[in-house]
Design a protein around this ligand. Structure first.
Ligand code: ASP
Length: 324
């Protein structure tokens, strides 16, 4: 079953009995790190993207470059309807992209609601390194991209346009947030120097209201890195991630001594507790600490992440929140 339709099905199940027993709550990947062996993890089953980052790290590339290279694979992938070229448009038919990056020195950059530029994670890095600012949005970000010689590329594919037209007919232009649209790429890399950096890139929720921006380009919400501790990145319903400043929360919990898994559990818990009953949306986090330990948690079953280490690139299924 396709990842997206599966999530949709789970969410629609709403009142379904518990998906998992309580005992499945604690799920942790603990590795014995070779000194600073490169690691790349990314949301969902973006195998090629994660392998690209892993190979770059093995060749000695730094963590930020590797994370951006991974994001670019999905930004160029027309089959991914939640990232870059081929992404689902907003409800007016325009594809607008959000992205951010953060490096091991705490530098960060972000672009919001950008049209006609494919490589928005790289553009976010250019905001970080070539401007005095952290975030550029809309027309300003596009102007900056043109100045940096990014090609102008219409992002709406014929397939995405056809799906949008069909949505318009059935949904009557209501500002519905479609819970099945979650394929944002979030990447966390640790390089040979032991430094951690990350990138996050998305077209956001399909058929969103014009101007809507989610968590993905918001430092602290969609992505946060603290190189003394580790990093975290989110996918799913951005509004809920923003409300809990999820990625920052996870990194801060790790600073206080929690493992990446415990920190992800708590961040998902905070969201779930605020809901009346079972949430009808998905949120998922992945986290990586300095020692190379990894954590991941999601609200609904159906989320997985990629883990590259020691020349192996594996897809890991993530267990859902224990109360579901
Ligand atoms: N987090 C993204 C957003 O809310 C959506 C996603 O993960 O697909 O914009």
């Amino acid at each position: 079953m396709k990842r997206r339709s599966f999530i949709h099905k789970v969410a629609l199940a709403g009142t379904a009995p518990a998906l998992l027993p309580k005992s499945s709550f604690a799920q942790q990947t603990t590795v014995t790190p070779i000194k600073n062996d490169p690691i790349s993890i990314c949301t969902w089953n973006f195998k090629e993207a994660n392998a690209t980052a892993g190979n770059a790290l093995m060749k000695g590339d730094n963590a930020l470059n590797a994370a951006i290279l991974a994001a670019q694979v999905e930004e160029e992938n027309p089959a991914n309807s939640t990232v870059g070229y081929g992404g689902a448009p907003d409800r007016d038919g325009q594809v607008t992209l959000d992205a951010c990056v953060m490096d091991h020195q705490g530098n960060c950059g972000a672009v919001l609601a950008v049209e006609n530029i494919v490589h928005v994670a790289a553009l976010a890095r250019d905001v970080m390194t070539k401007t005095p600012h952290v975030m550029l949005s809309g027309k300003g970000a596009e102007q900056f991209a043109r100045e940096q010689n990014y090609p102008n590329t219409p992002l709406l594919t014929s397939q995405a346009k056809a799906a949008w037209k069909q949505w318009k007919e059935t949904e009557k232009y209501q500002p519905i947030i479609n819970i099945e649209n979650h394929d944002t790429i979030g990447v966390l890399c640790r390089d040979k120097e032991g430094n951690i950096s990350g990138a996050c890139s998305t077209s956001g929720l399909g058929y969103k209201m014009k101007g809507r921006v989610g968590d993905s380009p918001i430092i602290g919400a969609g992505l946060f890195i603290d190189n003394e501790v580790g990093g975290a990145v989110a996918t799913g319903m951005g509004e809920e991630v923003v409300k809990t400043v999820g990625s920052f929360l996870i990194v801060e919990l790790m600073r206080q001594g929690k493992s990446p898994q415990e920190a992800c559990d708590e961040a998902i818990d905070r969201i779930v507790k605020k809901q009346q009953g079972i949430p009808n949306f998905q949120v998922a986090y992945i986290a990586l600490n300095k020692a190379g330990n990894i954590g991941a948690r999601c609200i609904h079953q159906g989320f997985s992440y990629m883990h590259y280490q020691n020349n192996q690139n594996k897809n890991i299924a993530v267990k859902a929140h224990s109360s579901l």
